[in-house]
Design a protein around this ligand. Structure first.
Ligand code: ATP
Length: 294
């Protein structure tokens, strides 16, 4: 059982180089940061800055070139394939393209989220234990789609399919929820619904959520904290409280220097999610301008 304030992700000098020699790509360059239980973190950066690669490492899907860290207490560098599989069962992952099985019912898609904890394959909804089906239905109620349980998944809109994918991820009872551009292909209204859902569920369950996004305004209104990547390096790590759009836009334009505030001090994990949305107080610690000049 995790304790409030406990470190869920601790990355230390995580470096990933794809390929070798002149044509190799440094996708992650000495990435170090921590995420504590209950934090809602948005990962921002230009296309190709390393967001997906970083999420894949945290999920134990990629092997680092050097450095590493711990996720839910598992040492990424030391863990063997079986331990990494066990880790992945404790991490929910929501993708841009939903990855539902279109010809199956919505409910069966959600039940599939429990496959990691069941022995053997399942063919058909009624081959899942009743307790699993009931939990899946509760999950669908939670995301507002219980009425759609017996529809084919491919008859739902994109926003609805992503909410099903969230319900499926929750079937794992994850200790950490990762999302890679979960609203990139959705209209603004559906995007807002999905992000609100991720945040509400995170707050209700004290779940840690780390989500890559391209929408700066959404990240500002949604996250407790923003981690910004540029060419594989963390160049921004700030609580969102009091930040403006222009502060973040520097990540995409002129921000070369590292701007790292001690997020562990700035975000009280016990109060994660209790961020005031109406205050205009500047973030504690070093201002972006000061830090950028260092
Ligand atoms: N399997 C791979 N083999 C080779 N290069 C890769 C591989 N995966 C990612 N890269 C490279 O690593 C860099 C980081 O890619 P990544 O997909 O992590 O960026 P991103 O920030 O998620 O981009 P986007 O916002 O477009 O999804 C890019 O230069 C990409 O081309």
């Amino acid at each position: 059982m995790t304790e409030a304030g406990e470190t869920v992700v601790r990355l230390e000098g995580l470096t990933k180089r794809f390929g070798e020699g002149d044509t190799s790509i440094l996708a992650l360059d000495d990435v170090s940061f921590e995420v504590r239980r209950g934090e809602i973190v948005a990962l921002l950066g230009l296309s190709g800055s390393g967001k997906s690669t970083l999420l894949q490492h945290i999920d134990g899907l990629q092997t680092a070139t050097s450095g590493g860290g711990t996720v839910l207490g598992t040492d990424l560098a030391a863990a063997g394939p079986a331990e990494l599989r066990r880790l992945r069962r404790r991490i929910g992952f929501v993708f841009q393209q939903f990855h539902l099985v279109g010809r199956l019912t919505v409910l069966e898609n959600v039940c599939q989220g429990a496959l990691g904890s069941l022995r053997g394959p399942r063919l058909g909804l009624f081959t899942y234990p009743k307790a699993v089906r009931e939990r899946a239905l509760e999950g669908l109620e939670r995301v507002g789609l219980a009425d759609w349980a017996f529809q084919r998944a491919d008859t739902l809109s994109g926003g609805q399919q992503q909410r099903v994918a969230v319900a499926r991820a929750l079937m794992q009872e994850p200790g950490l929820l990762l999302a890679d551009e979960p609203v990139a292909s959705l209209d603004p209204e559906s995007s807002g619904q999905v992000m609100r859902l991720l945040k509400d569920i995170g707050q209700q369950r004290g779940l840690t959520v780390l989500c890559s996004l391209h929408q700066v305004d959404l990240a500002l209104s949604w996250a407790d904290r923003i981690v910004g990547l540029r060419a594989g390096r963390v160049v921004l790590d700030v609580p969102t409280h009091g930040l403006g759009r222009d502060d973040i836009m520097r990540l995409y334009t002129d921000l070369e220097e590292e701007v790292v505030l001690p997020a562990s001090d700035a975000v009280d994990a016990d109060a994660a999610g209790a961020k005031a949305s109406d205050g205009d107080e500047a973030p504690t610690g070093v201002s972006l301008e000061e830090a950028g000049r260092r």
